[in-house]
Design a protein around this ligand. Structure first.
Ligand SMILES: *Cc1c(COP(=O)(O)O)cnc(C)c1O
Length: 368
């Protein structure tokens, strides 16, 4: 079986180093708000080539804390609107609604599956305070027009960078493009911890400070509470693991890009729609998402042929039970994408033989 993502194999590459740093953390007797986290934040700032980084408990919290901080700083208030893609993982939108802000869902572009930037301006109202872009599947969603629009209407630009660490737009890392960005280090992400963790990056030191305080009970001085905060801290163990793994992100990204290039050049089947390769560096291939009108049948066929695939995502968020109030919104492109997408295995530990097998099986697929 070619696994969708072999986490055991991915982490086995670094097992010696991971075990060594785990032992160091255990021996240190210090598990939160310590040197490993401080070091990780410095390493992330170096990786991002500038800015501020705050390590937090997970990617959802990273995004939640950005909005929470903007509310505390008086930039946003309950009931304000945030423009967000309808085609995303639900966490992007949970971060908005958790803060009693209103998500305004916008359809994706058929070529990139990312937010259609041309549709944004018509969605802006007097209540709009931010645009959240999601670099979905690892593909950069950004443009100069977007920056101009944000300036014109005085909107914050927030990046959900959970899937795109390491990508660049015109040489700039995602996570540095907007006013603030949320990262996830969920084990299956391109930089995965051995548990949950996340981070916020921002050029704004005041925002970074508010987020750091909010993530620690709203307190920056022990037992003195400035805000009604959360407990959302990255622990020392995860930071230690991430300090090891961050060094390999760019190399692993290159392997993902190689596999994507190979898939795009060699998968030839008129029943299958391939993703576009995009500009160099603008896609880090967290996911390699194809489309087929016979998606479920194709998935079963691949499974029979020992290739594991996943669907990102099977149910659009406006059709989820928790967002029943949004169920009447017309989002035909988003809905069609959810019916047709299928994610192929793409991971830095796939062998060339695995990659060739995936191509061969897909090329011999004939829809019934
Ligand atoms: C994974 C993910 C998140 C949430 O990150 P967690 O660490 O799982 O909380 C948010 N947005 C997107 C697009 C994601 O893929």
């Amino acid at each position: 079986m070619i696994k969708f993502l072999d986490l055991q194999k991915i982490n086995a590459q670094y097992a010696t180093e991971l075990k060594k740093v785990a032992a160091e953390v255990i021996d240190s007797g210090w598990f939160l708000l310590g040197e490993q986290v401080k070091q990780f934040e410095a390493n992330l700032v170096a990786f991002q080539e500038g800015g501020n980084a705050v390590a937090v408990a997970n990617g959802l919290d990273a995004l939640r804390l950005i909005f929470k901080a903007y509310i505390e700083l008086g930039v946003m208030e309950e009931g304000d609107e945030v423009i967000v893609p309808a085609n995303t993982y639900i966490a992007s939108v949970l971060a908005i609604t958790d803060n009693k802000l209103v998500p305004v869902l916008v359809e994706p572009d058929f070529d990139t599956y990312n937010l259609d930037l041309n549709l944004i301006e018509s969605k802006i109202t007097s209540k709009t305070k931010a645009i959240m872009v999601v670099h979905l599947y690892g593909s950069v969603c950004w443009s100069e027009e977007l920056e101009i629009l944000a300036k014109k209407y005085n909107l914050q630009l927030i990046e959900d960078n959970a899937q795109a660490i390491g990508a660049r737009w015109k040489g700039i890392r995602t996570g540095d493009l907007g006013d603030a960005a949320g990262f996830s280090f969920y084990p299956g992400k391109n930089l995965g911890a051995l548990g949950d963790s996340g981070a916020v990056t921002t050029k704004d030191p005041e925002l970074a400070k508010a987020i750091r305080t909010l993530a620690n009970y709203g307190s920056s001085q022990k037992y003195v509470n400035q805000y009604q905060g959360l407990n959302s801290r990255m622990d020392e163990m995860q930071a230690a693991f991430l300090n090891v793994k961050l060094r390999y992100v760019d190399v692993e990204t290159m392997r993902r890009q190689e596999i994507a290039k190979y898939y795009i050049a060699h998968i030839k089947n008129d029943k299958i729609l391939l993703p576009s390769e995009g500009k160099v560096g603008e896609h880090v291939w967290h996911l390699f998402v194809i489309r087929s009108t016979n998606r479920d049948e194709l998935q079963a066929y691949l499974q029979e042929n020992q290739i594991q695939t996943l669907i990102h995502y099977p149910i659009p968020l406006h059709k989820q039970e928790c967002y029943i109030s949004m169920s009447d919104i017309s989002l035909p492109i988003t809905e069609l994408i959810h019916e047709e997408v299928l994610s192929l295995p793409i991971s830095p530990v796939m062998t060339q033989e695995d990659v060739e097998k995936v191509v061969e099986v897909l090329n011999s697929y004939t829809a019934v």
